[in-house]
Design a protein around this ligand. Sequence first.
Ligand code: PSU
Ligand code: MN
Length: 305
Amino acid sequence: MNQYLSLSQEVKDSQAAGKPIVALESTIISHGMPYPQNVETARAVEQLIRDEGAVPATIALMDGKIKIGLSDEELEALGNSTDVAKASRRDLPYLLATKKTGATTVAATMICASLADIKVFATGGIGGVHRGAETTMDISADLEELAQTNVAVVCAGAKSILDLGLTLEYLETKGVPVIGYQTDVLPAFYTRTSPFPVNFQADDIATIAGTLKAKADLNMTGGAVIANPIPEAHAMPEADITAVIHTALQEAQANNVTGKDVTPFLLAKVKELTDGKSLEANIALVKNNAIVGAQLAVQLNAMNG
Ligand code: PSU
Ligand code: MN
């Protein structure tokens, strides 16, 4: 076992008993949603995973350890603090060495999940190629991680704060399969559709599990994107969200926001400009992804059992 890994008792017991586990990220808690909805959502998501017969493992950096599975107090501490670093791949070693608290992004959560031998991870949306990346070179480390780390990421696609077309091109170059769950187009987080086709449509969880098993059996490196559209009842009108994203992008540029601050800045602006409606959608889609992630972990576990 890696010296930096610290598994909760529940995760340890579940692994020993061969139970399915679903990894969860923590940047969504510390930098993606406001308090207290962030902590409430994190708890609700864990419960939904249990209801499906899997075990949740929320991941964060604390006291020089990679925590796999957080206690209620740890979740609260993470969600109700302004002093939590956003931890992507490059931040992991420094934050562990200095024993700072870090909330893991999709990239960092994939690394940690993989170290703990967890194969399925549920979240809201992945990072990607930003609009204007041809001059800013702003491309999320999430994509490079998907290229090399063998964890399936269940998400609601990616927000159209990103260039979705270039994000798909990047994933294609890196050989990362993008599987639409009951959809043939990439969902755009708040909306169920985008103009961009996914690589494969899977209408049932077994097809996704079978694809992941074949990939693992072939010893192919890299992850997979499982794109699960937001439930219809919670989807936002396309025109509303397009206008809001346009304004958010302009404000980011006017304020010279760069580097790791870009995504949290845009997320906060979108929330502000939609009067919190985007937050409601965000919560609904994360819960939906947790359910699909748990079902996938259960099936994958049964196939490998
Ligand atoms: N997209 C969202 N919500 C989020 C994030 C992305 O809709 O909370 C977070 C995830 O943790 C993702 C990270 O991994 O932002 C990407 O940040 P960056 O673009 O700096 O790599
Ligand atoms: Mn970036």
